[in-house]
Design a protein around this ligand. Structure first.
Ligand SMILES: [Fe+2]
Length: 259
């Protein structure tokens, strides 16, 4: 199966900018590129921080922009989102047991999309109810395997500023994943960096957001950067997982292809 991951849109009220950039224009460029090259994707997952401050107008702009896409779009929440305003725009149908979480059953496996938002905090959490939900979903995925999407990564990146705001109870997550034994990969948002590795036997990846990024600084401070935005093209089946990172604003790839 082919999946697209887009993350950390940080949309603001249309017309406003964030870190000197226009998040909505960035999202539009991203979606146009996805539609042009990957309309055959089985799913597009937008893994949280849909908005920067949970503004209703930002959610409304997102709803409009994703309405015409060919592939099914699945939305997740991040620490910058607000469940109430998200609910007001997208409705109760986006919620399962009170959280924006769901499983998507595809031919090559189950996508398990978590809601790691701990409102009012930068770090994430999976409360007892969400851990129980995760356990049930992994059980349901069975031998097909589960591809887990989480805004907050449970793993460390050895970047103190990011490691301090990851999934707070990552040990509980690790224990459930280990007992289920069928988690094929963890796809994270939140860190605004392209990175992959292996955590407790589980492969993982994260990528840049569509607006601002996190600079590669290994000190305990956040440094925002203007590195190029990206989305991920993912191929996953029983043989394994491949994640490509695409800098969709980089025109040099197009120029090369057409020469
Ligand atoms: Fe973010």
């Amino acid at each position: 199966m082919k999946l697209i991951q887009i993350t950390d849109l940080h949309l603001v009220t249309p017309g406003e900018t964030l870190f000197g950039l226009d998040p909505l224009a960035r999202l539009e460029a991203c979606l146009a590129d996805v539609e042009r090259h990957h309309a055959d994707a089985d799913a597009i997952v937008i893994s949280g921080d849909l908005t920067h401050d949970g503004e209703p107008a930002a959610y409304e702009a997102l709803a409009e922009r994703i309405a015409e896409l060919t592939s099914p779009v699945h939305l997740m929440l991040g620490n910058h989102d607000r469940r109430d305003t998200f609910r007001a725009v997208f409705g109760e149908r986006m919620f399962e047991e009170g959280f924006v979480q769901k499983s998507v059953d595809l031919a090559d496996g189950m996508l398990v999309l978590l809601d790691t938002l701990k409102e009012g905090a930068v770090e994430g959490e999976l409360c007892e109810a969400r851990l129980a939900w995760l356990e049930t979903q992994l059980e349901g995925a069975g031998e097909k395997g589960a591809y887990v999407f989480a805004h907050h990564p449970p793993f460390r990146l050895h970047m103190p500023a990011l490691d301090g705001v990851r999934l707070g109870n990552s040990e509980a997550f690790a224990q459930i994943a280990r007992e289920a034994g069928n988690v094929r990969h963890i796809f994270a948002g939140h860190v605004h960096r392209p990175v992959s590795g292996n955590w407790r036997g589980l492969s993982f990846s994260a990528l840049r957001g569509t607006n601002q990024q996190t600079a590669l600084v290994f000190e305990d401070r956040f440094v925002t950067s203007h590195e190029p935005p990206a989305y991920a093209v993912i191929f996953a089946d029983s043989a394994g997982v491949v994640v490509h990172f695409h800098d969709f604003l980089d025109q040099s790839a197009e120029a090369f292809a057409s020469s």
